[in-house]
Design a protein around this ligand. Structure first.
Ligand code: NAD
Length: 306
């Protein structure tokens, strides 16, 4: 049985550990903060319930996550370690140095980094061909796509092993062949965010209408027909003529737009502070999260069955 260790149990860790456990891996989990361990432990039943509702093949029990008391205990003898600590280069380098010392030489060392180059992490590991990006999407127990990112020194065998593992979990691997900043998912998402924020800031549209436009006009469509297939559906001649006048009009801003910078400075960070671009009443948060999870499950099932 493949032994996997998840290191860092914040926003992403519990969902990832549960998916791996349900997929039949023997999963150990570790966080330096005892409070994070307890939170992750407490999240497992609800996550396991969602995985049941998704109807994913149950090769194992999503609740069967062993919480380890130390990094050494978590990673010793593991076949895979997924680093999931905060997005700070120095911290990740330190964790990779420790993993290099604590794991067997053929243990695959993966990072869930959203954009730190995998090549930088490879620099502190003695056999860097075993280091690979495994970039999950949030919420990790609901979004089936995972980017497999090859750094400059990632071995083809490591990349292929990771792709096969993700498939065996019943999920969808995509291979990112070059270690570009932000990989692919976030580059596309941030291109959308930049244009959306610019339109709101210019007063072209209200935030609620922007979300309706993107979710029901673009998002719904893209879930069924991806951008490449959509170009063929629309006709490349149409793209050629629209792009020729529209591309020069699109936002090219290099900085973080004021609509975000001002709110961030004022502590308006979104759901976690009760308000961001929208306001949230504390008593509504639980039902908002539950409704979103329910809709994720329903849409994914419909897309998988369709
Ligand atoms: P987070 O801050 O919510 O959680 C990180 C956890 O790591 C914390 O519980 C912290 O106590 C723990 N930690 C810190 N140092 C540690 C150490 N030395 N050993 C063990 N645990 C340690 O972060 P997150 O949002 O879960 O993100 C983790 C990684 O996943 C980041 O690289 C992030 O870019 C990436 N990611 C995040 C999202 C997202 O939407 N949050 C999506 C995809 C990928």
């Amino acid at each position: 049985m493949t032994v996997a260790a998840v290191v860092g149990l914040g926003t992403m860790g519990a969902g990832i550990a549960a998916v791996m456990a349900r997929g039949g891996l023997s999963v150990r989990a570790f966080d330096i903060e005892p409070a994070a361990v307890e939170r992750a432990r407490g999240e497992l039943p609800a996550i396991a319930g969602l995985l049941d509702r998704l109807g994913l093949p149950a090769k194992g029990d999503a609740m069967a996550v062993a919480f380890a008391g130390s990094l050494k205990e978590a990673v010793e003898g593991a076949d895979l370690v997924l680093e999931n600590v905060p997005e700070r280069l120095e911290l990740k380098l330190e964790v990779f140095r420790q993993l290099d010392a604590l794991t067997t030489p053929d243990c695959v060392l993966a990072s869930d980094t959203s954009g730190i180059p995998i090549t930088k992490l490879q620099a502190v590991v003695s056999n860097p061909q075993r280091v690979v990006g495994m970039h999950w999407s949030n919420p990790p127990h609901l979004i089936p796509m995972i980017e497999v990112v090859a750094g400059e020194l990632t071995g083809a065998a490591t990349r292929d092993w990771m792709v096969a593992l993700i498939r065996a979990l019943g999920l969808l691997p995509v291979t990112v062949k070059k270690d570009v900043p932000g990989f692919v998912e976030n580059r596309v998402l941030y291109a959308i965010m930049r244009e959306a924020l610019d339109l709101v800031e210019q007063g072209v549209i209200e935030p609620e209408d922007l979300d309706t436009c993107v979710s029901w006009g673009i998002g719904y469509k893209l879930a069924i027909v991806g951008p490449m297939a959509l170009l063929d559906m629309a006709g490349l001649d149409i793209y050629q003529s629209v792009a020729s006048y529209l591309n020069p009009e699109l936002s090219r801003r290099q900085d973080v737009p004021p609509v975000i910078a001002e709110r961030t400075a004022a502590g308006r960070l979104g759901l976690k502070t009760g308000g961001g671009l929208f306001d949230y009443a504390p008593e509504d948060l639980q039902s908002l999260r539950a409704r979103r999870a329910q809709r994720f499950v329903a849409v994914r099932k419909a897309l998988e069955e369709g």
